[in-house]
Ligand binder design. Structure first.
Ligand code: LMR
Length: 398
């Protein structure tokens, strides 16, 4: 066997580099994981409470979950994403997955096996989350890009996006970020989503939504589900990958779901049987611990309400950091326009820094961000934001 070296993952390699760097001024703005104002991971109070309840239950055990995952999780997750009185009710199959990545992978394999036309390609936004291409190519798809970010203005290239959707052959698969686009933090407005839905319908394209940041874009879970609910209301058949890594802070517990919205309830048995088969073939049964925590939070109205408040707090802190960073850059007179820092939403800001500047920040200032200039704004805090702005200022002026 001759096995060539695989390239290192652009996001995960940063965590390794950052961990190995003991410089006191180090700032990790790499992986998209929430940090508190002291730079520490945050276990949400509702997660602590759900864990306390689980461990005080005398019937708590580590048995396998059933096929499809934990019902408390999958039904709560379905309501969260589609809303309580969704027109999709009765024709959605929701299956637990290994977080959002697992949902992407199961969806990718499912689409590869059943897509129509069978030669449909998968279109990802330019740019997109570093793992999308790898997942869909690993599942055997041909992956192409549609325009998304205008790299000059750091705003949405809506005309380019719609033109690429129109120019693509009928019936292609489009990977869409439901909210808080990763890596750019640039989301379509509601009006733009309506245009996107219109063009996709005209062209018979299939929407695959990746939803990893519900609650992080606007701080409101319903607003952040706008695009998905719009497409459902427009009668699309679609798939949604949903992660509880960020919004419930369950990163390592790998808790998520894949939702398949079918045209009619009559095809649910076939669709669910195939998704269950793929799940069994890849992970056998889903992981239980995070699902029990999330299921407890989603099922209990009191915990659910507290969770919404925590999400709101996280998104508020991130927004405050955006303003601190921008104001400091403006105050320093750093060349360029920094409005995009506060206009973009969610966990990330696409700074516009070049690869060379990113490298200089890493090697000279111990600051870690992805090569494309994406920063995880959650890594900023009141102790490091001045240093970050001053370092950015310095590398831009050299
Ligand atoms: C990120 O983009 O940083 C996160 O989604 C973490 C990951 O798995 O890449």
């Amino acid at each position: 066997m001759c096995v060539p070296q695989a390239p290192a993952d652009g996001i995960l390699k940063l965590s390794v580099l950052s961990r190995a760097d003991s410089h006191p001024a180090k700032v990790d703005l790499g992986v998209g994981a929430y940090r508190d104002n002291d730079g520490n991971p945050w276990v949400l109070p509702v997660v602590h409470e759900a864990e306390r309840r689980l461990h005080s239950d005398p019937n708590f055990n580590h048995e396998y979950l059933g096929v499809g995952g934990l019902p408390a999780l999958t039904s709560g997750a379905q309501k969260l994403i589609f809303g309580k009185d969704s027109p999709a009710q009765g024709r959605v199959y929701s299956m637990q997955t290994i977080s959002g990545t697992g949902a992407n992978m199961v969806a990718a394999v499912f689409l590869k096996q059943f897509k129509e036309p069978s030669d449909a390609c998968v279109y990802i936004s330019k740019p997109t989350w570093g793992n999308h291409r790898s997942i869909f190519e690993t599942a055997g798809h041909k992956v192409l890009e549609y325009r998304y970010c205008n790299y000059e203005t750091l705003k949405l290239d809506i005309d380019g996006m719609l033109d690429d959707m129109r120019a693509a052959p009928m019936g292609q698969i489009f990977v869409l970020h439901a909210c808080a686009h990763n890596p750019t933090g640039i989301d379509p407005t509601e009006e733009q989503w309506r245009e996107i839905a219109k063009v996709m319908k005209e062209r018979g394209h299939f929407p695959f939504f990746d939803c990893a940041y519900q609650g992080f874009a606007t701080g409101d879970v319903d607003s952040d589900a706008y695009a998905i609910r719009l497409f459902v209301a427009e009668g699309f058949e679609l798939l949604v990958a949903q992660s509880f890594a960020k919004n419930m802070g369950l990163y390592g517990e790998r808790t998520g779901c894949l939702h398949a919205v079918c045209q009619s309830p009559s095809v649910l048995p076939q669709v669910s049987s195939q998704l269950n088969r793929l799940s069994r073939a890849t992970i056998s049964t889903a992981s239980a611990y995070g699902a029990k925590i999330a299921g407890t939070v989603l099922e209990d109205p009191e915990l659910y309400g507290e969770w919404l408040m925590s999400m709101h707090d996280m998104s508020k802190r991130i927004l405050a950091m955006r303003w601190l960073l921008k104001n400091k850059l403006v105050k320093l007179g750093t060349p360029g326009n920094w409005d995009h820092v506060t206009e973009q939403i969610g966990m990330f800001s696409f700074t516009g820094l070049t690869k060379k500047q990113v490298e200089a920040l890493r090697t000279e200032y111990h600051m870690y961000m992805t090569d494309d200039g994406r920063i995880s704004v959650a890594g900023l805090n009141t102790h490091n934001v001045d240093y970050v702005a001053e370092s950015i200022d310095a590398v831009i002026r050299t």
